[in-house]
Design a protein around this ligand. Structure first.
Ligand code: UGA
Length: 439
């Protein structure tokens, strides 16, 4: 593995396939870095909207970069593969949904490769950017069947909501390639970015992405397990987290307990890595347990809601604050909030939700226009997403609206003193009631 410092910008012609949050963010940021970028999507309406500068994804700073790129002609959108022959680099940013056999469905990638195959110019480098199963580069090489085109991996580590900042200020740039010329060309994409580069073989680059996401998810599963244990033995998770996080080998990030982790990446990636281990016959018990542990957290939170509600869940009215899988996004895919809500509905509760970025109710829950309407006559308020506006809520108003003045705050964002002052009983994960009362 080698590391190099950044070199001056040399503009490259880049073709990006897919305009989801990875593809569109990469397109807009690479245009911002001085490259000429064409982004292709099969969705005509989406391409028309993007040509007009309309961005449907909630991503800080993305609208401005898209409009800058359109204005200075460094960013174009198309539905047509004809012009791909002019590309030095093709970045694949396509979805790989779950397939029925436990693996991932590569049909979007296969179709894109089929379309570009005869159109690519000699010397082009085809790069996987969005997460693909380990070994996908070998399949793409086979599908391309071109000796004069290289295949490389350049995994992204973008978080939803902060994708632009993550792209332009990454912790590292990982480039996996067997061909040194391809690796050097991909490195030129990031010439304007000051971050360590790691050049590896292609399989390692593909694995690094899964290892990073599974490690982070494992950290969260572990801290959620500690929070459950704290509840049981009367210890305080805040103290445990503070002392764990101050060990520089552990670090303070990604240690906030919650209702479980979710989103479009962690659940899919942790399961894909466990599947890879199973299919290769390598036993990885830690990896295999990461996803299951998270399911236990969702079960636990549901059971706690049932315990804390002063009447049986069947027939109870539960107010839920938060639907998004984390604050700062309107994405509810594989959201722990939605998972818990579905479990409550299945147990016969009526659920009334409020989320600042997501208007839709889910699976029979009703959606309120503001956090207070959701609380009216509810038997319990449950906080499932850590939106800052929940921390600033008028708790006296909340206490007046609830039938029974109790809150289960799974994200630990409600202030204990303010809650007590408002007459609310505040329950949090990993904080024994006695500890809460003396806070
Ligand atoms: C994640 C990774 O963080 C990115 O590096 C990666 O590029 C991306 O997946 C991907 O594979 O594309 P993201 O899905 O946007 O990014 O979400 P995170 O910010 O990592 O949060 C994941 C989940 O963990 C959320 O449900 C969040 O609420 C939860 N979480 C996070 C906690 O419960 N506690 C924490 O302390 C941190």
């Amino acid at each position: 593995m080698t590391s190099t410092t950044h070199s001056p910008v040399h503009a490259i012609s880049v073709f990006i396939v897919g305009t989801g949050y990875v593809g569109l963010t990469s397109a807009a940021c690479l245009a911002q870095l001085g490259h000429t970028v064409t982004a292709i999507d099969i969705d005509k309406a989406k391409v028309e909207a993007l040509r007009a500068g309309r961005v449907s994804i909630v991503e800080t700073g993305l609208d401005r970069l898209v409009s800058d790129g359109l204005d200075n002609n460094r960013l174009n959108f198309t539905t047509d593969y004809e012009t791909i022959g002019g590309a030095d680099i093709v970045l694949l940013c396509l979805p790989t949904p779950h397939s029925s056999g436990g693996g991932l469905d590569l049909s979007f990638i296969a179709e894109a490769v089929r379309r570009m195959r005869s159109r690519l110019s000699p010397g082009t480098v085809v790069v996987t950017k969005s997460t693909v199963p380990v070994g996908t580069h070998r399949l793409i090489t086979e599908w391309l069947d071109r000796d004069d085109v290289s295949v490389a991996s350049n995994p992204e580590f973008l978080r939803e909501g902060t994708a632009v900042a993550d792209f332009l200020g990454p912790d590292r740039v990982v480039i996996g390639a067997h061909d040194p010329r391809a690796a050097a060309l991909v490195a030129r994409l990031y010439a304007g970015i000051d971050a360590p580069r790691h050049t590896t073989d292609t399989t390692s680059a593909e694995l690094i992405k899964y290892a990073a996401n599974t490690f982070l998810a494992a950290k969260l599963s572990f801290i959620n397990e500690m929070a459950r244990l704290c509840d049981h033995i009367g210890a305080d998770i805040d103290d445990v987290v503070a002392c764990l996080g101050s060990d520089h080998r552990i670090g303070p990030d990604f240690l906030s307990p919650g209702p479980g982790w979710g989103g479009s990446c962690f659940p899919k990636d942790t399961r894909a890595l466990a599947h890879l281990a199973a299919t290769t016959g390598v036993e990885l018990p830690v990896t295999a347990g990461v996803y299951d542990s998270n399911q236990r957290q969702l079960d636990y939170v549901t059971a706690e809601i049932s315990r804390l509600c002063d009447r049986p869940l069947a027939g109870a009215r539960i107010a839920v604050w938060g639907l998004a899988f984390k604050a700062g996004t309107n994405d509810t895919r594989d959201s722990p909030a939605v998972e818990v809500l579905h479990r409550l509905l299945a147990l016969g509760a009526s659920v009334h939700t409020y989320d600042p970025a997501s208007e839709a109710g889910s699976g029979g829950a009703t959606a309120a226009d503001d956090p207070y309407s959701a609380c009216r006559n509810a038997d319990l308020l449950v906080v499932l997403t850590e939106w800052p506006e929940f921390a600033d809520a008028d708790l006296e108003k909340v206490a007046d609206l609830l039938t029974h003045p109790a809150v289960y705050d799974t994200r630990s964002i409600i202030d204990q003193v303010a809650a007590t002052k408002a007459g609310l009983t505040l329950h949090r994960i990993g904080r024994h009631q006695a500890a809460s009362a003396t806070a």
